[in-house]
Design a protein around this ligand. Structure first.
Ligand code: PXP
Length: 238
């Protein structure tokens, strides 16, 4: 199980004063030194945290793997093609959301997403689709040629009862298995924390977890290297 760290919220703190500190590029280097095997950032249309400059500098400095999370819009596709991350993860984006609220509707926009995937493949950029753990979405993802899926773990993370959480866990287990049977890479992420990550980390069909808010929150208190190492221990204990 690999751990990729999403550094968006380092940029959120920077945004609080509009200056240049803390720098998400420095944070990414420290995450890698602590053992993270990938760096994720989301260049949003509204540029609410990560800026274009961050993505360009991350491209130059990240030594593991850069995963650019993005909406499949013309402007961001153009930037991604210039920057050439190893991986793009396509997500839906709404102006007023606090964070990504659901998976991308692959079933509803198959043709468009198929063309976007082809465009990235021509540039030798791998594509992951962030999807809800639903059979129709996983199968449609395979049909349109994605390399990987990232299973949305947000419903699992936000479940209020053990029963609801277990139901979500089973869906994620089943869809991870299906993804693997279809020959896809399978990642997971959203809302994962030091408290809830272990059952997800135990799913052997998942290759990588993408975790941001929990790690950056802990980093404010204990330092980013320790926060990453502590999460790595949980993720790799399966
Ligand atoms: N994966 C995707 C596709 C996301 O949109 C996010 C949030 O930016 C994450 C993972 C990380 O979620 P969190 O910050 O809750 O760990």
């Amino acid at each position: 199980m690999r751990l990729a760290i999403n550094i968006d919220h380092v940029a959120t703190i920077r945004q609080a004063r509009g200056g240049n500190e803390p720098d998400p590029v420095t944070a990414a280097q420290l995450c890698e030194l602590a053992g993270a095997e990938g760096i994720v950032c989301h260049l949003r249309e509204d540029r609410r945290h990560i800026h274009d400059r961050d993505v360009r500098l991350l491209r130059e400095t990240v030594k593991t793997k850069l995963d650019l999370e993005m909406a499949a819009t013309e402007e961001i596709i153009r930037i991604a093609i210039e920057v050439k991350p190893e991986l793009v993860t396509l997500v839906p984006e709404k102006r007023k959301e606090l964070t990504t609220e659901s998976g991308i509707d692959v079933v509803g926009q198959k043709k468009y997403l198929e063309d976007v995937i082809k465009t990235f493949h021509q540039q030798k950029i791998l594509v992951s689709l962030f999807v809800d753990p639903l059979q129709a979405q996983v199968e449609a993802s395979k049909e349109i040629g994605t390399d990987m899926i990232e299973l949305h773990t947000g419903e699992y993370a936000e479940a209020r009862t053990d029963r609801a959480r277990n139901e979500e866990l089973v869906k994620i287990q089943q869809m991870a298995r299906l993804g693997k049977q279809l020959g896809l890479g399978v990642n997971g992420g959203h809302g994962l924390s030091y408290v809830n990550v272990s059952p997800i980390a135990a799913i052997t069909d998942i290759d990588e977890l993408s975790i941001g808010h929990a790690v950056i929150s802990r980093a404010v208190l204990v330092g980013i290297e320790r926060a990453v190492r502590e999460m790595l221990q949980l993720v790799q204990r399966r």
